[in-house]
Design a protein. Sequence first.
Length: 216
Amino acid sequence: MIKLIHVKKDYTEGGVITNALKDINLEVKDGEFVAIMGASGSGKSTLLHILGGMDKLTSGEYYYNDEAVHDMSMGRLNIFRRDHVSFVFQNAALMKYYTVAENIEMPLLSMNVGKKERKKIIEEKMEAVGIAHLAKKLPIHISGGEQTRTAIARALAGDNELLLADEPTGALDSQTSIQIMELLKEISKEKLVIMVTHNVTLANKYSDRVIALNDG
């Protein structure tokens, strides 16, 4: 379970302080599929980065299954991300000179998973998201939807219980977006899924709860 208490995040540049998040209080229970919505600059991605341990909050408290994430050092946050969090970034963020299978393999290498087990996991995750036939393709040779599926398979490879997705359908056509949302909905049966999106229709249809951010 995730719990945020009076969370604030400020950025300082050129002596100017920007309040990205202002006194956020939030609880997310295991097994939820949560959509975070809001205009550009509302703090959606900042909140996602805080939840994923990619950024430290300025003040407040963040608990993940009773672990005090706000008290973690940067080194401990790296371990927290490795052990608990998987990301699906906007526009997939695949390594362009690596095949689909090699992209999915990347988190497994950092976890020191053996070669035989890596091969098994890669095949399982590709099959789960419907891209087994694309294993040897480079990202440039597959569609946007297939790239997103590859990014999701990569996120699933580490078998972490928290999946964070930043605009996973932002660059996709309507039909492909629906397919990706159905896939995320299926994944949410086993994992906690938190997604940033601009698509009101998809958020309302597929998520269990919509959280609206306005000016942080």
